[in-house]
Design a protein around this ligand. Structure first.
Ligand SMILES: *Cc1c(COP(=O)(O)O)cnc(C)c1O
Length: 233
C-alpha cells in the first residue's frame, strides 16, 4: 500500500497558518500570494526550524542575537533567509550585518549607518524595515510617524542597505476593529512615504493573534511564532 507520510506537527501548523492567511486575503479582495509568512523561531530549537524548512518554509525570524547565531551556524547547510526582528544594540550590529538578510526593527540612523558600514561587500544589500511605534508605548522600540520621513530618507541613501518597509508591533488587542485601525495607519504611512519619492514595497505587520487584521490592512509579511511552533515557555 502507498501511504502518504503523516504530516509532522509543525508542517500541519504551517498549513493551518497558511490557510488563515489565504482566507484573510481573499475575504479582503487581496491575492494571498502577496503575503509572505515569516516563521518566528525565537526560543525554538534548531530541529524545529529544520522541520519547518523540510515542510517548505524558508524565512525565519529571530529576536535574540546569540541564540540566533548558534542556530544559523547549526543550519548553515539549509537555504534559509534569516530575519533579525529583535532589539538592536549598538555594539552588536556587526553580526547582524554579517548573518542576516533582513532587519525589521530599525529605529535609529546610528544603527542604520553601522549596519551599512558593516555589511560584507560580497553580500546583497541588507533589507531593512523601519519600526514605527504607533501606540506611543515607551517600553517599545520604534520611531513616531512624524519622525519617519526624515529617517526613511536618510536610510534610503545608505549604500549597503535597502529600505523595504515599515514594521510595527502594536499593543496587544482582542478587538479586530482596533487591530485594523492600527495597521491601517502603518499602511497609510507607507503610502505617504512613497508619495515623497521612496519605494517601500513591503509591510511587516501581524502576529499569531492579529494576522487577519494585518492582512486586510495590507501586510505583505506576517511574523508568526506561536501559531507555527506552539506556545513559548
Ligand atoms: C515574538 C514576535 C513575533 C511572533 O509573535 P507570536 O505572537 O508568537 O506570533 C512577531 N514579531 C516580533 C517582533 C516578535 O518579537
Amino acid at each position: 500500500m502507498n501511504h502518504k507520510p503523516r504530516m509532522n506537527p509543525i508542517e500541519s501548523k504551517l498549513a493551518q497558518v497558511q490557510a488563515r492567511i489565504d482566507a484573510a486575503a481573499r475575504a479582503c479582495g487581496r491575492d494571498p500570494a502577496e503575503v509572505h509568512l515569516l516563521a518566528v523561531s525565537k526560543t525554538r530549537p534548531a530541529a524545529d526550524i529544520a522541520a519547518a524548512h523540510a515542510a517548505g518554509q524558508h524565512a525565519f525570524g529571530e529576536n535574540y542575537l546569540q541564540e540566533a547565531l548558534t542556530k544559523i551556524e547549526a543550519l548553515r547547510h539549509l537555504d534559509i533567509a534569516w530575519h533579525y526582528i529583535g532589539r538592536i544594540q549598538s555594539n552588536k550590529t556587526r553580526p547582524i550585518a554579517e548573518h542576516f538578510a533582513w532587519v525589521h526593527g530599525l529605529a535609529s540612523l546610528k544603527h542604520a549607518q553601522r549596519l551599512s558600514e558593516q555589511r560584507p561587500a560580497g553580500l546583497a544589500p541588507l533589507n531593512v524595515c523601519l519600526q514605527i511605534n504607533l501606540s506611543g508605548e515607551t517600553s517599545k522600540e520604534g520611531i513616531s510617524e512624524a519622525d519617519a520621513p526624515a529617517l526613511a530618507q536618510a536610510v534610503a541613501g545608505l549604500p549597503a542597505l535597502r529600505l523595504r518597509s515599515l514594521m510595527t508591533l502594536p499593543a496587544p488587542s482582542d478587538d479586530p476593529v482596533a487591530q485594523r485601525a492600527v495597521f491601517a495607519r502603518l499602511a497609510a504611512l507607507k503610502t505617504a512615504l512613497n508619495a515623497q519619492g521612496l519605494a517601500l514595497d513591503t509591510l511587516s505587520m501581524g502576529m499569531s493573534g492579529d494576522l487577519e487584521a494585518a492582512v486586510c490592512a495590507g501586510a505583505t509579511v506576517v511574523r508568526i511564532g506561536t501559531a507555527v511552533f506552539g506556545a513559548r515557555n
